[in-house]
Design a protein around this ligand. Structure first.
Ligand SMILES: *[C@@H]1O[C@H](CO)[C@@H](O)[C@H](O)[C@H]1NC(C)=O
Ligand SMILES: *[C@@H]1O[C@H](CO)[C@@H](O)[C@H](O)[C@H]1NC(C)=O
Ligand SMILES: *[C@@H]1O[C@H](CO)[C@@H](O)[C@H](O)[C@H]1NC(C)=O
Length: 439
């Protein structure tokens, strides 16, 4: 055991936090995130800019192979009568989001951290995650958790070590051990995700309206949405389907009051995102909601094994379009752009757990601190995760599809290309689109 006295203290302190209705450490009359009319600079008590908490759930029904028995299906896909957790995402108030925020908080293991005895209750939490938080890649559950925490959890400021250190000091009991402080944030991220998921029982809600998995009956988008909205304080929920019009995901949006440790999530409508409302692939009618374990004949065979969808990727070029959707240039191998000459070849590679990496001969693409696009990282860990709209070919980043430049490069000159995080306030002189064109 690792300094048991301290861990007993930490555990009792923080379990008070997560169950109490009032936060002893933050003012109780704080506005909900993303609704403040004046600045609230205390990032331990008021999450900003990522004040929208999105609890995303999967419906994965398809087993890796035919003939599995029930316990094997549950092991792969979670309980037959439950959706599973995808993640808990802090989106920015404008619907964009930050990703992979703090390298020093990244983790590469969950099993050991939850079985090292530092904090009580983590074995139980691990078992809950093992049952309910399933990857859509067989054998990839723990990789999904690590990915979700590094990509999204490390952006939640309420969980930063500085906050835990401060709460400790107020109680005249403190730890400054960076490992313990960091670990507390990791545990609280996963626990808040599981706790919120358990409150949003999509399966039961749908069942209550007669919407149950079936290989014969299909459902309409409006009946699924109406059922979920009714159970979510009347706030609109986002549902998504795959290309076969099979139900795959449900997203519940919230604002938050006080620290995430209090878990005071306030349902919000997906339509409050305005211009950034995500696009749903579900059709108005004929939505399939298959029982877990079903293997449709016409569909693709089983799901890919761990890492199975990683290799290969599409080959193509990156073209640049102006405001009028006119092609005015292309990207060269270092991520700069030109208007004359030959475009570089790019690979669009499916990243594990969604999104895409872009790679040229020089390496993976990412952004520098000034939001400048550059493609020269050898390490896949440094690769940015891009959005890709298969229909339009548009490339985005963190739900932002606006690009910009301050000059249009002439003749043999190279120009710099930026992701315009300001969206509507695109601060660049030229407002551009970036599209991947397959070859
Ligand atoms: C809300 O609070 C954040 C964090 O202090 C601040 O940056 C932002 O400007 C505030 N919004 C308004 C409208 O005051
Ligand atoms: C399901 O299959 C596994 C092995 O693949 C076996 O250990 C288990 O006993 C089976 N369960 C049932 C209920 O048949
Ligand atoms: C997770 O949250 C629940 C509910 O608030 C709490 O009882 C439990 O102790 C927490 N687990 C851990 C490991 O912190």
């Amino acid at each position: 055991m690792f300094i048991p006295a301290q861990s007993v203290w930490l555990n009792s302190l923080f379990s008070v936090f997560s169950t109490a209705n009032d936060n002893a450490y933050c003012p109780i009359d704080l506005p909900n995130t993303c609704t403040n009319t004046t600045a609230i600079p205390d990032s331990c008590c008021f999450e900003y800019p990522g004040g929208i908490f999105l609890q995303s759930q999967f419906w994965n029904y398809r087993p890796s192979k035919a003939g599995l028995n029930e316990s094997e299906i549950v092991r792969e896909l979670g309980p037959l009568d439950s959706f599973t957790i995808h993640g808990l995402w802090p989106d920015n108030c404008d619907g964009s989001f930050d990703q992979f925020c703090r390298r020093d908080l990244f983790i590469d293991d969950v099993y050991y951290r939850f079985h090292n005895g530092h904090y009580a209750g983590t074995e139980d939490l691990y078992d809950d995650m093992d049952l309910l938080w399933k990857s859509n890649v067989v054998g990839g559950d723990e990789s999904l958790w690590i990915h979700e925490y590094n990509k999204h959890g490390s952006c939640i400021k309420n969980l930063y070590s500085e906050c835990y250190e401060r709460w400790g000091q107020q109680d005249e009991l403190s730890t400054t051990d960076p490992t313990l402080l960091k670990e507390r944030g990791v545990i609280d991220y996963f626990n808040a995700s599981v706790n919120l998921f358990k409150k949003l029982d999509t399966y039961k809600t749908l069942e209550g309206k007669g919407i149950v998995p079936s290989t014969e009956v299909t459902y309409s988008k409006s009946e699924i949405e109406a059922a979920l909205t009714e159970s979510f304080e009347g706030k609109d929920v986002f549902i998504n389907c795959n290309q076969n019009n099979e139900l795959t995901e449900i997203w519940y949006y919230h604002r938050l009051q006080g620290s995430l440790l209090n878990e005071h999530f306030k349902p919000m409508s997906v339509y409050d995102l305005g211009k950034k409302v995500p696009f749903s692939r579900c059709k108005a009618t004929g939505i399939k909601y298959f029982p877990k374990g079903h293997a449709p004949r016409n569909g693709r065979p089983g799901r890919p094994g761990n890492g199975g969808n990683r290799r290969g990727g599409k080959r193509g070029v990156l073209r640049i379009f102006d405001n009028n959707d006119k092609a005015i240039g292309f990207v060269i191998k270092n991520g700069h752009w030109m208007t004359k000459g030959t475009p570089a070849n790019y690979q669009l590679i499916k990243a594990p757990f969604g999104n895409y990496n872009l790679k040229s001969r020089l390496g993976y693409c990412a952004f520098d601190v000034n939001d400048e696009f550059a493609c020269h990282s050898k390490n896949p860990q440094d690769a940015a995760q891009f959005d890709y709209n298969e229909e339009t070919g548009r490339i985005g980043y963190s739900n932002v599809f606006d690009w910009g430049a301050n000059e249009v490069p002439q003749s043999t000159k190279q120009g710099k290309l930026y992701i315009a995080k300001g969206g509507a306030d695109n601060q660049y002189k030229y407002k551009l689109d970036l599209k991947f064109v397959s070859m």
